[in-house]
Design a protein around this ligand. Structure first.
Ligand code: SAH
Length: 339
């Protein structure tokens, strides 16, 4: 069976060539053709010998995503619906800002963690994406928008740390010098808090940014709205994250959705301040986007009260403006119905 050449990291391709008695540097040439020159045919790789091209033709193919839909928000955010070869579907979001172009990638078809406020998990998990399918979202969108993407965030559909191997492969492919040469500090992996994989990420020393979907500093409330907290409770998660930011010498980012009358009072802010005391971190506040469940948008006085507590405590936070709500491209709104 032929394999998708975009599932291979440079290291893996080198090993493949070595085991076929081909010089390992051929892998660099192939990476350069695919990711720098964006060539999708072995026949066009003219500095590679005919013999090697035949070997590649016999054993590999180029996967491609089918763009099923492209929608543009009034704020210029774009949402792409991609159809996969097995009929499954995913969505990716392109977010242009003044000084950066962010690409929000999906890592799975569906999601098994069923956070109560998020639409992406309402039909459970269908399957993991391959590394090639993750990388293809980038290639397709950079071709279609002709934008120079500056930031990649794994904040689309799925839990990236639940598809650990393929997400790590995709990160290695994105950051390969001979290819897309993307800086790892411009890649964010967002997780609902899966402790063993956070530890594994640290062990690999990948150097990517880590975001954690926190949403409450109260263990009981977090367990209610994010069932994953029952398995990996807040105190253990925080221990892991403190060692992560210390070892990486880089702040962890906390995503905190503001839900009206649930986690947005001054007392909730004080609990958050207590939880993060002395830790090198950033906080992204995201007013709830209408999506799943019985949640309410926060009132402006709730938002102001919450922010003023954080400010008083000297915590670094940003209040995120929601992007692409009118095309259901904002956090928690991605769904991508699959067949
Ligand atoms: N599974 C990963 C990646 C998803 S990122 C994770 O949980 O981090 C999507 C982000 O949007 C997460 O921070 C998620 O908690 C947040 N989110 C989900 N639904 C939301 C909603 N309705 N309003 C605001 N943020 C939401």
């Amino acid at each position: 069976m032929k394999e998708d050449v975009k599932n291979y990291t440079l290291e893996e391709l080198k090993n493949y060539f070595k085991s076929n008695e081909v010089a390992a540097y051929t892998a660099l040439q192939i990476f350069n053709w695919i990711y720098s020159k964006r060539v999708e045919s072995f026949d066009l790789m003219t500095n590679v010998s005919k013999k090697i091209r035949n070997l590649l033709l016999e054993n590999f193919y180029f996967s491609k995503l089918k763009t099923a839909k492209r929608e543009t928000s009034f704020d210029k955010t774009e949402k792409f619906l991609f159809e996969l070869p097995d009929g499954a579907a995913i969505e990716s979001v392109f977010i242009p800002e003044t000084s950066r172009l962010t690409l929000c990638l999906s890592s799975q078809v569906g999601c098994k963690y069923s956070c109560k406020f998020c639409t992406s998990g309402t039909r459970g998990l269908k399957r993991n994406l391959t590394a090639g399918e993750i990388v293809n979202q980038y290639l397709a969108i950079s071709d279609l928008t002709r934008g120079k993407i500056t930031n990649i965030v794994f904040m689309g559909i799925g839990e990236p740390l639940d598809n650990f191997i393929n997400v790590v492969k995709a990160i290695k492919i994105f950051s390969e010098h001979k290819g897309l040469d993307f800086s790892r500090r411009r890649i964010s992996v967002s997780t609902c808090g899966i402790i063993p994989q956070i530890e594994e990420l640290l062990r690999l020393k990948l150097g990517v940014k880590l975001s954690v979907s926190l949403h409450s500093a109260d263990n009981a409330i977090r367990s209610k709205i994010m069932p994953v907290n029952q398995k990996y409770p807040l105190n253990e998660l925080m221990k892991t994250l403190r060692s992560f930011s210390k070892a990486e010498k880089y702040p962890v980012t906390f995503e905190y959705a503001l839900f009206g009358s649930l986690n947005t009072s001054r007392l909730d802010a004080q609990k958050l301040i207590q939880l993060l005391k002395g830790m090198d971190c950033k906080i992204n506040l995201i007013p709830y986007n209408t999506a799943q469940g019985i949640f309410k948008e926060p009132s402006s006085s709730e938002i102001e009260g919450f922010c003023s507590e954080l400010k008083r405590a000297g915590l670094f936070y940003t209040l995120r403006k929601s992007r692409g709500q009118d095309i259901k491209a904002a956090c928690g709104q991605l769904y991508a119905l699959w067949g």
